[in-house]
Design a protein around this ligand. Structure first.
Ligand SMILES: [Zn+2]
Ligand SMILES: [Zn+2]
Length: 901
């Protein structure tokens, strides 16, 4: 009778593999459902139970969709190229080419043991040539469409990883992989022109069923703002102007400072300008007497991190460069300063300062004694400094009296009519830096020819194979290790046949993950990234799950590539992920200690440390009162990892799965506890015992012999009848348990659909309690007084309800019930709304022993609810006549008797 989960789970995992149960087969006539988790980078630490917080609920969801009759695609693969894998290989002194498949095998094994329903025949690995051939092909497509370009720009450089990073890979000024402070380094780099798609990436968010928080993160990152570009001519300078950095079309440096402002209405209040220290005009227009101060300031600013420079809390610094510019609104000469809080990478690298309406400018003006002119009238009694609110324009000539919105429009029209500026939109989003000076990535398929310039590698020559090398460590010279391999570098130009050099940068891992979801539709295809019929059938992804940390990177990039492929006519849809869910983390109680003063940090940009994790072997070295326990995300480095393999061995995969789903809502963080999984284990065992006891009673024909319950009155009148052959009306106990069953079917279906797995499991647990109350079957088969047809319905439906959550147990019982091939494709149970409906009963209300009224309440209503209803009755209130109630007697479903003074 005891549930031998070890044997049963292994058995079903073997059968699933042998029968290829989860294989997704293209069937044009069937409704498809594509469900996907963000594919992981397989790390050496393996999966921990925290990872399953995503994989297990998503798996239950897939199984549910299959039972609903969908043709489900649920694939898995490995995000194997890129810094994470390469850094790990370096740390372990391994070759990533050998290491990655080993790690992937460990992941695969763990996921299989957790009972996950992946179609392993579609497994992909982004570091294999059959895959990255198509990553390169997509690079060339972007290049052909003018969306991949090479430019020299100051880029984010991680001195530890020795590579450039995309903006999206810099978190709080630090490298996303190793936490080192990122530097700015000017280098020739490859970029993808994602900014060309900024408006569409923004607008199409409206079409998506994503959390509002997630959409807001993308909106914020794209950062669209409307305003005007305004040109300030440098006094005594060259009025011919130039582009945003002042460079003129004739190649000479112009002397116009262009700014972008969201507040053109405040132009009359612009009393000085501030340039980024790196602005190319600075060297040109600084006067001789200011030169040494300016040079010193520029040098200091270059040594500072971006995060420090953008820190609003910092005291403002800056120097006057001796030059003046003309305010185009009023012809006033205003001084030009430089300050480190203005960055070259944002906007035009120059701002017009309007201290009256901007807090930062006010602070700067106050500190350096610069003039302040209010151009918006603050309300009476306003005592603050800069006024950011709305109000009539003042000191602004033709704008005076207008509110901000009107004043903006009027000023833009005026600037355009005078040729001094124009309406403009600005984005925070930058182009996507894709080059990495690293070995472990897809080589960029470009050849540099002295005669022809940049030449794309012809499609027929793809893939450009990543050479197998001994030494792949990053060089730190600004060149990838590939540059040191002559056989790789030296090639012939595809255009002219002359000697040429291959591009030696590789693509960052985000290139591989920007299209992998397409490959799953047709992973073996060697003639295309996927066949059009397969793409049209399986895509887009119906349900996508993964971490919120990808909002600004992977999720933006993948949307961008999808739109490019759509524009090229290769896809019939513009958005890859219709519905997105973000799982919470699993936190483990982790011992640490307070840092010693010298470990506290805080100086020189160091991270402030207030807690240091203790490794296993360190714990004993510290007295108990120095150890501080905290909840922290599981990770091998913190030594707080619990592995799924260990948990499935001890409690079974089904118990682990139920725990992962029951413990908290999908999106919430969870505190890991082993008692929790023990509770799930007891639940599974209890289900098992009941179903085992119910099996001998099971009749396949139960459906025909169950009729709908009659009215409550009729039900009460009839004695419980056990004969299923006669198909007679059931008694109240049957009606109660069936109502609970049908309500649970309705609830669980709705809740899985909306990813509320925790409440779905809770509903099944409640149902089980009612089932035991109705038919307390344990070892003995039949306790007297239960209806075999009802027991059959309960057993079969309970098995189906549990199958997505506890699939091994589901299969085992389903087989025992003679259910056929696999519960994975058994139909999800339907519910009868009439059976599920709460029945109502008449409850008589007595006052001092006499029936005065009756109330209609739901069946099994509690005393308090009935009492509230009774006191609403006019007749009852009359007889109470305001006298205090001394006693209430309640008979469930029958009577409420009130005794008053
Ligand atoms: Zn790094
Ligand atoms: Zn050539």
């Amino acid at each position: 009778m005891n549930y031998d989960f070890g044997e049963i789970e292994a058995k079903w995992q073997r059968i699933w593999r042998e029968k290829r149960t989860f294989r997704a087969v293209f069937e044009a006539q069937r409704k498809k459902y594509y469900c996907l988790e963000m594919f992981p980078y397989p790390s050496g630490s393996g999966l921990h139970v925290g990872h399953l917080k995503n994989y297990v609920p998503t798996d239950a969801f897939c199984r549910f969709k299959s039972m609903q009759g969908y043709n489900v695609l649920h694939p898995m693969g490995w995000d194997a190229f890129g810094q994470p894998a390469e850094n790990e290989a370096i740390r372990r002194g391994r070759n990533p080419r050998e290491m990655v498949p080993e790690y992937a095998a460990t992941y695969r094994d763990t996921l299989i043991k957790a009972g996950c329903s992946y179609d392993w025949e579609r497994e992909i690995n982004s570091s294999l040539p059959g895959y990255y051939k198509w990553t390169q092909w997509m690079f060339l497509l972007l290049h052909r469409r003018g969306l991949a370009y090479r430019a020299t720009a100051p880029i984010n450089w991680c001195p530890a990883c020795k590579t450039g990073l995309a903006n999206e890979e810099v978190k709080d000024g630090r490298c996303w992989r190793c936490d080192t402070l990122v530097e700015k380094k000017p280098m020739p780099q490859w970029f993808f022109r994602i900014t060309a798609y900024a408006d569409r990436l923004l607008a199409d968010l409206e079409k998506l069923d994503w959390s509002e928080g997630m959409k807001e993160m993308q909106r914020d990152w794209i950062g669209r703002s409307e305003g005007a570009e305004v040109d300030f001519v440098v006094a005594g300078g060259d009025p011919l102007g130039g582009d945003r950095t002042g460079a003129r079309r004739d190649g000479r440096q112009g002397r116009t400072i262009r700014v972008f402002t969201t507040r053109p209405d405040t132009l009359f209040g612009a009393t000085f300008m501030v340039l980024a220290p790196e602005h190319p005009l600075v060297q040109l227009i600084t006067t001789a007497e200011r030169r040494s101060d300016v040079d010193a300031y520029v040098r200091r600013a270059q040594g500072e991190s971006e995060i420090d420079r953008l820190n609003a809390e910092r005291t403002k610094t800056g120097v006057f460069i001796g030059a003046f510019a003309i305010n185009p609104a009023n012809g006033q000469k205003i001084p030009v300063w430089i300050a480190d809080y203005v960055m070259m990478g944002y906007g035009t690298g120059a701002i017009m300062a309007v201290p009256g309406q901007d807090a930062r400018d006010w602070e700067f003006a106050e500190k350096f004694g610069l003039p302040i002119i209010r151009t918006v009238q603050p309300p009476a009694g306003f005592e603050g400094k800069a006024y950011l609110g709305d109000g009539p324009a003042i000191h602004s000539d033709f704008l005076d009296g207008l509110r901000i919105a009107d004043a903006k429009q009027r000023m833009i029209a005026w600037l355009e009519s005078k040729g001094l500026g124009k309406r403009a939109v600005n984005y925070r989003l930058r182009d996507w830096l894709i080059s990495r000076q690293r070995y472990w990535g897809a080589p960029i398929p470009i050849v540099h020819c002295p005669n022809c310039g940049e030449v794309p590698v012809p499609e027929a020559q793809l893939p450009v194979l990543l050479p197998d090398v001994e030494n792949y460590q990053p060089t730190g010279t600004g060149e990838s290790p590939l540059a040191a391999i002559p056989e790789f570098v030296q090639t012939t130009c595809p255009a002219c046949g002359g000697a040429a050099r291959r591009e030696t940068d590789t693509m960052g891992g985000y290139a591989c993950s920007s299209w992998y979801f397409l490959r799953f539709a047709d992973p073996g295809n060697d003639a295309a990234f996927a066949s059009r019929p397969a793409l049209d059938y399986w895509l887009p992804v119906d349900q996508y799950t993964g971490g919120i940390e990808h909002a600004r990177s992977h999720l933006l990039y993948a949307r961008f590539w999808t739109k490019v492929l759509f524009d090229e006519g290769l896809l019939g849809f513009e958005e890859p992920f219709l519905n997105l869910r973000n799982q919470g983390s699993l936190l483990a109680l982790t011992p640490g200690r307070r840092p010693r003063p010298q470990e506290g940090g805080g100086e020189g940009g160091e991270k402030i440390v207030d807690w240091i994790v203790l490794k296993h072997d360190e714990r004993e070295r510290y007295p108990a009162d120095e150890v501080v326990w905290r909840w922290a995300r599981m990770s091998k480095s913190k030594g707080n990892v619990v592995t799924p393999d260990d948990m499935t061995r001890r409690y079974g995969a089904d118990s682990l799965r139920v725990y992962e789903m029951f413990v908290a809502p999908f999106e919430d963080d969870v505190h890991w506890s082993e008692e929790g999984i023990q509770g799930s284990h007891r639940f599974i065992a209890r289900v098992w015992r009941w179903l085992q006891a119910a099996l001998p009673l099971y009749r396949r024909g139960w459906r025909d012999s169950l009729t709908r319950p009659g009215t409550p009155e009729a039900g009460y009148a009839a004695a419980p009848v056990n004969s299923i052959e006669q198909g007679v009306t059931r008694g109240p106990a049957e009606r109660l348990v069936r109502r609970k069953l049908h309500q649970t079917v309705r609830k669980v279906g709705e809740q899985i659909e909306t990813f509320q797995f925790n409440t779905a499991v809770a509903a099944i647990m409640e149902l089980l309690n009612e089932i035991y109350a109705y038919a307390p079957l344990e070892k003995e088969a039949l306790a007297g007084g239960v209806d075999p047809a009802v027991v059959s319905e309960l057993a079969e439906t309970l098995t189906l309800l549990l199958a997505p959550f506890a699939p091994h147990l589901g299969e085992e019982i389903w087989q025992g019930l003679g259910g056929g091939d696999t519960v994975y494709r058994a139909p999800w149970p339907s519910f009868d709304p009439e059976v599920a409906a709460s029945e109502s009963v008449n409850v008589m209300i007595q006052v001092n022993g006499k029936i005065r009224d009756k109330v209609v309440v739901p069946l099994d209503c509690d005393e308090e609810t009935v009492k509230v209803e009774a006191l609403r009755s006019e007749k009852v209130r009359q007889h109470l006549a305001g006298r205090p109630i001394v006693k209430v007697v309640f008979v469930r479903n029958k009577m409420l008797s009130i005794v008053c003074k």
